[in-house]
Design a protein around this ligand. Structure first.
Ligand code: FE2
Ligand code: FE2
Length: 154
């Protein structure tokens, strides 16, 4: 599997998870779903930065996109932290903040899949994209494992 297919599969899952979170009314259930979403999205972002943005950043054509993507990840991280820390996930304020996250994420994913993917297809052949896919998957399991041990250590 190429990294582009792996990223796209995650993106589709995240869009679905956010929709479910926003249509869930119960605060406790929302918090639980959001916790799972945050863990998965964080692992995705860190692995994406290493396996996808870093090689792009090393090229003249991909550098600006990789840097812009990284800044968007920072904003997403901040919103994720705010939402996880906020009381009353069933409140209108939480819903508003989560809707902003949804808009931002949809915009970010659209840019990645349209612009970044196009640049990557131009720069890297299929063999390289498949190798990057393997790197992405192994990075993601590393980040995921360290997040779990951090939770277990709390
Ligand atoms: Fe992504
Ligand atoms: Fe991203």
């Amino acid at each position: 599997m190429t990294i582009l297919d792996a990223l796209k599969a995650d993106h589709d899952e995240f869009k679905g998870m956010l929709k479910t979170i926003l249509t869930t009314k119960d605060g406790g259930k929302r918090r639980q779903l959001f916790g799972e979403f945050k863990t998965k999205l964080t692992a995705h972002s860190r692995a994406e930065e290493k396996a996808f943005y870093r090689p792009l950043e090393k090229t003249e054509e991909g550098k600006a996109e990789a840097l812009e993507g990284t800044v968007e990840h920072e904003i997403v991280d901040r919103l994720l932290a705010d939402l996880a820390a906020a009381r009353q996930p069933e409140s209108q304020k939480w819903t508003a903040r989560c809707s902003v996250l949804q808009e931002l994420l949809e915009h970010h994913i659209e840019e990645e899949e349209n612009d970044f993917f196009k640049t990557a297809r131009k720069l890297f052949d299929r063999t390289v994209l498949e190798k990057m896919g393997k790197d992405f998957t192994s990075e993601k399991s590393k980040v995921g494992a360290s997040t779990h041990s951090a939770i277990a250590a709390e």
